[in-house]
Design a protein around this ligand. Structure first.
Ligand code: ADP
Ligand code: MG
Length: 309
């Protein structure tokens, strides 16, 4: 008999312990202000209902609610990072569900916006250029005016033509492209901004591999394409006709805008495009110039070389 008795007693002790613990935890849960306010909103809940879902209430209590205990999204302490618990009632049952927290939504929005500006070989200062920081002076007034009307039009839909900004070295052409790209990001348009000499190198390098068509497609289809510093690097007839020509042809047909920056005006560019290793090819160069005119509006920029400042 004895062993059974002592076992029973031990169990009772444990049980007593369990009971005390349970009561303590329950009290703790119910005294939580967020749970109290939930219970206050639902006076129909009986003690039995509450006891039945005590674990849910405990889980709710333990989690950070809409970032109230986390410094940032990266430091989220919840079971499912970035999700915040919500209590609700469903036919006298207490329900616990999770919704995205503010920090996660904000982080996702930022990430999506970041993806909107794809750039290749562009310096950081250009990628951070802001329209609000563009210094407006006489020499840039017409370029800035054209850009502002492009951006204004872009509020209702993407204009079919971008700009061909030409002028001498250092007048701020590339900087303006960066500033436009950042404005477009805010309007959820994707921009691909690329430094032309590297573009040529990149495409030539991938000519024989599978990524070639994928890359070309990427330039064809971006909402806005920006080709920075178009000019002297185009001695390859193949690149001029098969790559640049086909990208511009596609965008012209689809009505997608292209921005260019160049040290050459269109006449000078035409000469550059005509002189390839194959000799002088005026007709083919003329064809590219026609496409450039279809996808952009020519604007001259003058002024001093800002690189000296
Ligand atoms: P470009 O492309 O015409 O050769 P950049 O755009 O590279 O000239 O500009 C030259 C320098 O001047 C860069 O360092 C750029 O950050 C700065 N810059 C150009 N335009 C502006 C502007 N409007 N406001 C402020 N800084 C500018
Ligand atoms: Mg430049």
């Amino acid at each position: 008999m004895k062993p059974i008795q002592s076992e029973l007693k031990a169990w009772m002790d444990k049980n007593e312990n369990f009971k005390t613990n349970y009561t303590r935890i329950k009290k703790e849960i119910l005294s939580d202000p967020s749970i109290q306010s939930f219970l206050h909103e639902h006076p129909e809940l009986t003690d039995h209902d509450i006891e039945k879902h005590l674990m849910r209430l405990y889980e709710y209590k333990s989690q950070s609610k809409q970032c109230d205990r986390c410094a940032s999204y990266g430091e989220c302490q919840n079971m499912i990072p970035g999700y915040s618990p919500v209590l609700s009632m469903d036919k006298n049952e207490i329900r616990l569900s999770y919704e995205k927290c503010h920090s996660r939504i904000q982080a996702e929005e930022q990430e999506a916006q970041q993806k909107l500006l794809q750039s290749l070989y562009m310096p950081k200062e250009i990628l951070e250029a802001k329209m609000s920081e563009v210094i407006q002076d006489k020499s840039r007034i017409s370029a800035i005016g054209e850009i502002l009307s492009f951006l204004e039009e872009a509020k209702t839909g993407l204009p079919k033509k971008g700009l061909y900004l030409h002028g001498s070295f250092g007048v701020g052409k590339t900087y303006l492209l960066g500033a436009v790209a950042n404005e477009l990001k805010k309007r959820n348009y994707s921009t691909t901004l690329i430094y032309m000499p590297e573009f040529v190198r990149e495409i030539k390098g991938s000519f024989k591999d599978d990524s070639f068509n994928q890359k070309i497609d990427f330039f064809k289809k971006a909402d806005v394409l920006m080709l920075d510093d178009i000019g002297a690097e185009l001695q390859s007839a193949w690149f001029r006709d098969e790559v640049l020509g086909s990208v511009l042809q596609y965008r012209m047909m689809e009505g997608l805008p292209v921005f260019f920056s160049s040290n050459f005006d269109l006449n000078e560019l035409e000469k550059e495009l005509a002189s390839t290793r194959n000799g002088v090819e005026e007709v083919k160069a003329g064809r590219i110039i026609e496409r450039i005119k279809q996808v952009s509006k020519v604007v001259k920029m003058s002024g001093e070389n800002r690189r000296d400042e």
